[in-house]
Design a protein around this ligand. Structure first.
Ligand SMILES: [Zn+2]
Length: 412
């Protein structure tokens, strides 16, 4: 008999890549999904498996958070309103932040786990939140943001080589499903040449690259004209004013590719920009609650999806977003764009995995993938059962989270 077999069973299983299974179950073996079916079928298939029953619940794939920051505390979130105003206050608070970043990262990660998250793409300065993601039980990657101003006037190529070496070192000794990667933070903090070198270097390594792009009105103005709130903050930057949109700028400096995940794409995204996103194959991380809080526009997600752009959901961090609950973020998007529940559940899980290029490993309940799942209290009698599951999970209804076959959270 195979070791470590567990059957997780509930009233309904939503595989997402296949129709819902009433009285459904997932058989996990050695961390992977061995089969999905009815409880009766799976008991026959593996009579020795331990059975964990969750009556009154549904099982969905674990949430995939495609853009998060772990190192912020909810209690000292700066005021929202405008992006540049918020960023200015954030920068003022940075000196005091060091004292509690690790604690904030642990708490944010735990909040995500308790909300059914099993995979996370986290971005933090020099990957400072990597230990906390690695300890959380979630799978994923921490993207090391680097700021060329910290490198004492070094040439862009040296800066990028230094960060790539550092990230390679961080990758040693991590859990099997956790990685360290590189992020080009944004068009207003990383100069074009460093950005271009980073894009080349990461592709050469076979790494994914995380960026923030076309987030705020201030960013659009900075990239186009070199003026506005971000020019006031980053006055020493010499590269604003390219005369184009952030998306076109990112294409010109070769940041956009299928390996790149671009967070936000919220403000100033034109039809031409959507064509660029589609043509370059870049994926999008949609963070609508953060955009709402920071005076950014509504991302044109439905149009992007119609043009074949891969879109996943991201919570951003607790200084711009009310929670680390990816299902709650998704419910906000469902209401914003008029999606049905099935589309919402798919964006929260399988589409997020596609955006991050890990759809063969996670994001749906299929034999061969990792056993990553969320167990959610079901509320009864509605017409759209996936929406019901999202509403429950958004409101604290996750009762258990399983990553790689391990129960990393169990309310009972
Ligand atoms: Zn972000």
């Amino acid at each position: 008999m195979p070791e470590n077999s567990t059957i997780f069973t509930a009233d309904t299983v939503f595989p997402v890549s296949a129709p819902a299974v009433p009285d459904g179950a997932v058989l996990a073996r050695e961390g992977r999904i061995a089969a999905v079916g009815t409880l009766a079928d799976l008991r026959r298939e593996d009579p020795a498996a331990e059975v964990r029953e969750f009556p009154g619940c549904v099982i969905s794939p674990g949430a995939v958070n495609t853009h998060a920051h772990l190192g912020f505390r909810r209690k000292d979130r700066p005021e929202g309103g405008t992006f540049a105003g918020w960023l200015g206050r954030l920068i003022e608070k940075l000196p005091e932040k060091e004292a509690w970043t690790a604690e904030a990262a642990r708490d944010s990660a735990q909040e995500a786990v308790e909300a059914g998250t099993t995979f996370m793409a986290e971005s933090s300065p020099y990957a400072e939140c990597l230990p906390q993601l690695a300890e959380s039980g979630m799978a994923g990657a921490v993207y090391a943001e680097f700021f060329p101003g910290d490198f004492d006037g070094a040439a862009p190529e040296e800066i990028v080589e230094s960060i790539a070496e550092r990230v390679k070192g961080l990758g040693e000794g991590l859990p099997e499903r956790v990685a360290a990667r590189v992020s080009v933070h944004s068009p207003y903090t990383v100069d074009p040449e460093s950005s271009r070198f980073a894009a080349h270097r990461t592709r050469e390594m076979g790494w994914r690259l995380a960026i923030h792009l076309s987030e705020s009105p201030e960013e659009v103005e900075f990239v186009r004209d070199g003026t506005g709130g971000l020019a006031d903050i980053f006055g020493k930057n010499e590269w604003g004013g390219w005369g184009v949109s952030p998306v076109r700028y990112a294409e010109e400096i070769e940041l956009l590719a299928p390996q790149t995940i671009a967070a936000h794409l919220a403000t100033g995204v034109s039809d031409d920009d959507i064509e660029i996103l589609s043509r370059t194959g870049v994926a999008a991380a949609h963070c609508p609650r953060s955009n709402d809080f920071l005076g950014c526009e509504v991302s044109r997600v439905p149009e992007m999806m119609r043009h074949g752009v891969r879109v996943g959901m991201g919570t951003d961090g607790l200084w711009s977003s009310p929670s680390m609950n990816l299902f709650e973020e998704t419910l906000f998007a469902v209401n914003l764009h008029g999606f049905d529940g099935a589309t919402g559940l798919r964006i929260a899980t399988l589409e997020g995995a596609r955006a991050l290029g890990v759809e063969h490993e996670t994001g749906s309940l299929e034999a061969g993938k990792w056993a990553d799942l969320a167990v959610i209290e079901a509320r009864s009698g509605r017409q759209d059962p996936e929406r019901e599951a999202l509403e429950s999970a958004a409101g604290g209804g996750v009762v258990a989270t399983v990553a790689g076959g391990n129960l990393i959270y169990n309310r009972a």
